[in-house]
Design a protein around this ligand. Structure first.
Ligand SMILES: [Zn+2]
Length: 477
């Protein structure tokens, strides 16, 4: 993208609520079953059946609103969003258009330059999901099949203000949104499983002006990274259009992750939104709302604030550690054993998470529980072992019974921290490398690194690096 343009990006995020039943009937709200198994006259939209609104869907939708700092509207209502498509044979979708459940929310994100930006959330409304179309080939004919298992599944649609300016910000926003919603308990927000789906509206304007180009909507992005790629592609495509004087027309595009391009999608007829008479007005009383608010666990954004304030973590570390509830719980448990918080978080991020990922495990499997991890880090903190040894011990205690102390003793990894022992070692190394010593004294400071490496090797990797450096510097002067 050229520097002359600035991107203006807004997101529409559909989140499937994790209720046991659908929004207007008692059918199971469950993916992966045989097609059309979880259906009844209501969610098949057969004539003569009235929807029965699920209180649980409302509760989860309220949690989503609270998690995103929204004003929950005491009264809201459903409308009929009229359009016809084979995934919606009744001809309209029950959706809140005129009176949404929640408005005026916000979420703070940390930008690449470390600056905090507030992204406003315009509204959250509830709606029923439509059926799923499956396109297949039968012999030489193409067929389209309809699976109603998803029809009537409870959704919320979260609409942001166009406050995002880069693909990175959009990705960061989505990560924060996912963390908040998951922690509130309303959804698992998996883009891979389709329980979180994102559309992005992208337009450009010349920097410093309000003159916006026509916005283009991108659909079909099934991971946060794909969304970032799609937005980046769309920004450069539109910049090229503007530069060559080609008009940008309002339309919808699909992201093609294999070819890494967006392609135009044909327009879909969108009809009016008219008030629905079959679902009663939704009224929420203050008592219930307060109850839900109080029952919410500490949200990731608040927890990140606390981690950077009380634990001294950087914004990035704090955001990372609070993005998954089990990670933050784990960090707190390790810190309770007396490990310095920053050391604990750095080891969780750089060592433990990659280790679990490589074994396809998560924290709940307890392959290294907080107590044993703390035991390891405490030895490191007390300088009984060095970082290299600690990494070895971590691999050795993973999934085993032995304590870190036993492993250290067994492998003979205890760090050499006796000054006289280190002095003997340094003298021996210096004597064996007189030319490096000469070079150092002539001003080649790099020779120090070489000598340190030799000494560390001579100690079998067990020398206390801090002490080693001290002795080395003293001897070289
Ligand atoms: Zn049903």
């Amino acid at each position: 993208m050229t520097l002359d343009y600035e991107a203006v990006i807004g997101l529409e995020v559909h989140v499937q609520l994790n209720c046991p039943t659908k929004m207007f009937c008692q059918c199971p709200n469950r993916a992966g079953d045989e097609p059309n198994l979880n259906t009844c006259p209501i969610c098949l939209w057969l004539p003569g059946n009235l929807p029965r609104f699920s209180r649980e869907a409302l509760e989860k939708a309220i949690l989503a609103g609270l998690a995103l700092n929204c004003e929950i509207q005491r009264e809201s209502a459903f409308d009929q969003k009229v359009y016809y498509y084979p995934d919606l044979p009744k001809g309209y979708q029950l959706s809140q258009f005129h009176h949404p459940l929640a408005r005026n929310g916000w979420l703070d994100i940390t930008d690449q330059d470390g600056v905090t930006r507030t992204v406003r959330i315009q509204k959250i409304h509830m709606e029923e999901d439509v059926a799923r179309l499956v396109h297949e080939k039968e012999g030489r004919t193409s067929v389209s099949l309809v699976d109603f298992n998803r029809a009537g599944a409870p959704l919320v649609e979260i609409v942001t203000q166009p406050d995002l300016r880069s693909p990175h910000q959009a990705m960061e926003f989505l990560r924060c949104l996912r963390a908040q919603l998951r922690t509130s308990g309303c959804s698992d927000c998996s883009m891979e499983q389709g329980t979180m789906r994102v559309d992005a509206n992208v337009s450009l304007r010349a920097r410093g002006t309000d003159q916006m180009s026509t916005k283009v909507e991108i659909k079909n992005m099934n991971s946060i990274r794909h969304m970032g790629d799609a937005i980046a592609y769309e920004i450069s495509r539109q910049a090229n259009c503007l530069q060559s004087g080609e008009p940008i027309v309002l339309h919808t595009r699909l992201w093609d992750p294999d070819n890494r391009v967006t392609t135009a999608m044909r327009g879909k007829f969108e009809g009016p939104c008219i008030p629905d008479p079959s679902v009663p007005r939704i009224v929420i009383d203050d008592g219930w709302l307060e109850e839900l608010r109080r029952a919410l666990p500490e949200m990731p954004d608040k927890r990140a604030d606390r981690f950077s304030r009380d634990y001294g973590l950087s914004r990035e570390e704090a955001a990372m550690m609070s993005s998954e509830r089990e990670w933050s719980d784990y960090l707190e448990a390790v810190v309770e054993h007396g490990v310095a918080p920053r050391l604990a978080s750095q080891w969780i991020i750089a060592q433990l998470i990659p280790l679990f990922k490589s074994k396809n495990q998560d924290f709940s499997e307890n392959a290294v529980n907080p107590e044993r991890f703390a035991g390891l880090l405490l030895m490191l903190q007390r300088e009984e072992i060095n970082a290299k040894a600690a990494k070895e011990v971590l691999k050795a205690i993973h999934g085993k019974e032995a304590s870190p102390e036993e492993i250290v003793a067994g492998l003979g990894l205890r760090q050499v921290s006796e000054t006289d022992e280190i002095e003997t070692l340094v003298d021996r190394v210096l004597a064996a490398n007189m030319s490096a010593v000469e070079n150092y004294r002539k001003g080649a400071s790099k020779a120090m690194g070489f000598l340190m490496g030799q000494a560390m090797q001579a100690s079998g990797g067990k020398a206390n690096p801090r002490l080693l450096k001290e002795v080395m510097q003293r001897r070289l002067q």
